[in-house]
Each structure stands twice: as C-alpha cells, then as structure tokens.
Design a protein around this ligand. Structure first.
Ligand code: 4NP
Length: 150
C-alpha cells in the first residue's frame, strides 16, 4: 500500500488489509510505504489513528518508510492511493513484470475509472472518515478476490 507520506492513507489500507487477512486466515505479507521519506520512522497521523481505532483498527504499531525498488521483488501487488503515487512508483519500475504489479487501489471497486483516495492531511475530520470508508470497501474487495483465487 503506497501513498505520499505513509502516515495517513497507506497505513490505514495496510492496517485494514492485515486485520482482514488474519480474520480470514489468509497468509498475506502486507506492508505500506510512502513515495517521499520525510516522515520515515513516524507513527501514523494521530487523526488517522483515531478514526481507524473508532472503527476497530489499531495502527499504532506501524511506522512510516519510503518506497524502495526492492519492494518490486518483495511484493506481488503494489496499490497506489492516487495517480501521482501511481506515476511515481511506475517511474521506478524497470521491467514490464514490475509495472504490471502496480494498481490504483480504487480500481478494485470501480474498474477503469481511475478514482483517487484524496489526501486527508490538510483537511478536517470528515476527510479521514471518507478515506476510511473508501479503503474499508477497497480492502474488502481485495480480500474477496484473493479468497476466490485460493
Ligand atoms: P498521506 O498524507 O500521503 O496519506 O500519508 C500525507 C501526509 C503528509 C504529507 C503529505 C501527505 N506531507 O507532505 O507531509
């Protein structure tokens, strides 16, 4: 799961997918990263943590890190939150196999529409709730697809 700072959107996507995979007994390696490293080592944004906890997901153990080219080897699927993250990740890919791993996460819900998870960082509380609802649905869809593939 990749966003810009890895303190708001992608940690939530990471936490939701981790919890759901565990609940469903799916053996998934889930992680998140930011395309920039300025928050590396930081906990998720306190507003994102509070919203996630309100709905039952604890993000407190997660720490921000920057996306690295080795992630193309370490993961089968790389989900970007918005088009800018998507382009930034693609620009680091070296092969067609690596490029094919990168997806816009909301295309899981609305295929081909290229919708974006908006950055809630500079907005109010509702923005965090909206992000929660989008990523809760998107991670449900990812889990159900992976279960079908089993
Ligand atoms: P995120 O939100 O990409 O969802 O983690 C942001 C958090 C911090 C910054 C940008 C986006 N920032 O520039 O500090």
């Amino acid at each position: 799961m990749v966003c810009l700072g890895n303190i708001c959107r992608s940690p939530l996507a990471d936490g939701l997918l981790r919890d759901k995979a565990k609940k469903e007994g799916l053996n998934l390696k889930v992680d998140s990263a930011g395309t920039i490293g300025i928050h590396a080592g930081d906990s998720p944004d306190s507003r994102m943590q509070a919203t996630a906890l309100k709905f039952g997901t604890d993000l407190s153990q997660l720490r921000s890190r920057q996306f690295k080219v080795n992630d193309f080897q370490d993961f089968d699927l790389i989900y970007a939150m918005d088009k800018s993250n998507y382009q930034n990740i693609l620009s680091l890919a070296k092969t067609e196999i690596e490029r094919a791993k990168v997806r816009l996460i909301l295309n899981e819900l609305t295929p081909g529409k290229d919708m974006e998870v908006p950055d809630p960082y500079y907005g109010g509380e509702q923005g965090f709730i909206d992000v929660y609802n989008m990523l809760d649905q998107a991670t449900d869809k990812i889990i159900s697809k992976l279960k079908d593939d089993e």
